[in-house]
Design a protein around this ligand. Structure first.
Ligand code: DC
Length: 228
């Protein structure tokens, strides 16, 4: 399989709100197609974690932009999927912490941060193809993608999934707090002026509220077969 960067390698974009299942669906679709995967949420989370580590404030636009331009972030294949290294150290658990989630949503609302991360994200466009997971993959980062999916689910269902995930990991979670945090993050992501979380005009919208992961993956693959 060639991994060279190719500007016209096919891209499938999977956008949608937090907890809609984009990560698992993207990984499943990429595995079935034998394509690469870009988790753009992890890119924003890495910027947030690095900012917290260096005490750069959420409103320090020039500090955050400099951080993006100097981001030492590597995604590598690991037994449990993809593992993320920031400045040489594994950061998978750190990126999922609540303080990083909250900070990532704030840094992601800054236009200069989003622009500074464009080339990095586009560098993942490689043969034989890329499955790109995020909020603005189909609208801004890969507007010429051959197949665009917008994956949605009710906020109750998304909060339930997240609650179960955290409980399974042995974490002590409060459902109501999690639900409210998710609603607040949704609002910030959907209502921001730059790259809001909205479906691209040519996106195929899938509501996964009452679907299994397997059914969603089959639905996405059916759209890919039609469009790619
Ligand atoms: O998908 P996620 O929860 O890992 O994303 C973390 C944050 O980054 C979330 O607040 C939305 C933001 N994000 C974004 O603005 N654009 C993307 N392409 C991906 C994520």
């Amino acid at each position: 399989m060639s991994t060279s960067r190719v500007a016209n390698a096919p891209v499938v974009t999977i956008d949608g709100p937090s907890g809609a299942g984009k990560g698992a669906v993207s990984a499943g679709v990429a595995r079935r197609l034998g394509w690469h995967v870009l988790d753009s949420g992890a890119v924003y989370r890495a910027v947030a974690a690095a900012a917290l580590d260096r005490a750069i404030a959420a409103d320090d636009e020039s500090g955050l932009t400099a951080l993006c331009e100097d981001l030492d972030l590597v995604f590598e294949a690991a037994p449990a999927g993809i593992s993320v290294r920031l400045n040489g150290s594994p950061v998978d658990d750190r990126l999922r912490q609540e303080e990083v989630s909250v900070m990532s949503s704030k840094v992601a609302s800054i236009p200069a941060v989003r622009s500074a991360l464009l080339d990095f994200q586009r560098s993942y466009r490689r043969l034989p193809g890329l499955v790109a997971d995020g909020r603005d993959m189909g609208t801004v980062v890969f507007p010429d993608a051959s197949c665009k999916v917008f994956l949605d689910a009710s906020v109750e269902e998304r909060a339930n999934r997240r609650y179960k995930q955290l409980k399974d990991k042995g974490e002590n979670v409060n459902f109501l707090r999690l639900f409210r945090d998710l609603e607040a993050r949704d609002r910030r992501d959907r209502e921001r002026t730059v790259s809001p979380t909205v479906p691209a005009e040519d996106a195929f919208v899938i509501d996964s509220t009452s679907m299994t992961l397997k059914t969603v993956i089959e639905n996405v693959l059916a759209v890919v077969r039609q469009r790619v």
